[in-house]
Write a protein that binds this ligand. Structure first.
Ligand code: UDP
Ligand code: MG
Length: 266
């Protein structure tokens, strides 16, 4: 791969994980081209095909043949959203790297506001959802509870209601590349590495087409990774529970001995 110092390296890299998103890809590409061309800078988009079973890969390859700025990474199976983003970071060449979902819930137009913050000198611009369209009450409630719980118990400052939709300066991406944990919570890592961060508020649109790829089971898995990676609370809970039961057992032994001794003296 070419080094980022070459004159033709892109200013912006957009990283997009894709799992069975055939309905959204053509319109996503079109909206992205409109938005990114308006920056007047060189850019690339890296799609990571996360083991799609539909025609996503075929469509992505066709897009890359028409448009040289489109790059495709293809996974051998479904490894999950967080691993897909990680692979995107490993290959992104831009001075700034933007992560967004494929389903247009993260409107490409918000990218321009993030880019504005980067130009002002911020190194991470993360999108915060003020409103979410087209989600079930259950998803809204569980997501909101999760963000509040993780913020309360995490040892790093993870902002409320912020997903993976964000822009990062190359410096931040290089720092993130050095973190190779297998169970990843990318937005937590992005807070953990530090740097000058700013929120960009937006209203999250409904999914353009198709179904959510994050059923409750996957959300629980992500929440579990987030909590165990960024908080000592589960370990402390295990430790204190151990102390309490050891205490009760110790007391039991003392009571048993005392009763036995009383028995013997009576
Ligand atoms: N995705 C992925 N691998 C997965 C699950 C999701 O690459 O195992 C992608 C998906 O195609 C989308 C993004 O990750 O671009 C977020 O998924 P989704 O929009 O379904 O999540 P939601 O917005 O419902 O939380
Ligand atoms: Mg979505």
């Amino acid at each position: 791969m070419k080094s980022p110092e070459t004159p033709e390296h892109p200013v912006f890299s957009v990283v997009i994980p894709v799992w069975n998103e055939q309905e959204v890809l053509p319109v996503l590409h079109q909206r992205l081209v409109q938005t990114m061309d308006s920056t007047g800078e060189r850019w690339e988009v890296i799609f990571i095909n996360d083991g799609s079973k539909d025609r996503s890969l075929e469509l992505l390859i066709a897009l890359s043949q028409q448009d040289a700025r489109v790059k495709v990474l293809n996974f051998s199976r479904n490894f999950g959203h967080q691993i897909a983003i990680t692979a995107g970071f490993d290959y992104a060449d831009g001075d700034a790297v933007i992560v967004m979902d494929a389903d247009l819930q993260d409107p490409p137009e918000v990218l321009l506001r993030m880019i504005g913050k980067w130009r002002e000198g911020y190194e991470v611009a993360y999108a915060v959802r003020t409103k979410r369209e087209g989600e079930t009450k259950f998803k809204l409630w569980t997501a909101s509870a999760f963000y509040r719980l993780i913020r309360y118990i995490a040892d790093v400052d993870i902002p409320l209601d912020a997903g993976d939709f964000r822009l990062m300066d190359r410096k931040v991406v290089l720092a993130m590349r050095r973190l190779r944990e297998k169970n990843r919570f990318m937005r937590g890592l992005s807070s953990w590495v530090g740097f000058k961060q700013i929120a960009v508020e937006y209203e999250r649109a409904a999914r353009y087409a198709g179904e959510t790829k994050y059923p409750f089971r996957k959300m629980l898995h992500l929440a579990n990774n987030a909590i165990t990676s960024f908080s000592h609370v589960p370990l402390q809970l295990a430790m204190y529970t151990g102390f309490v039961f050891a205490g009760i057992a110790g007391l039991g032994i003392v009571i048993a001995i005392v009763l036995r001794l009383l028995d013997m003296t009576l």
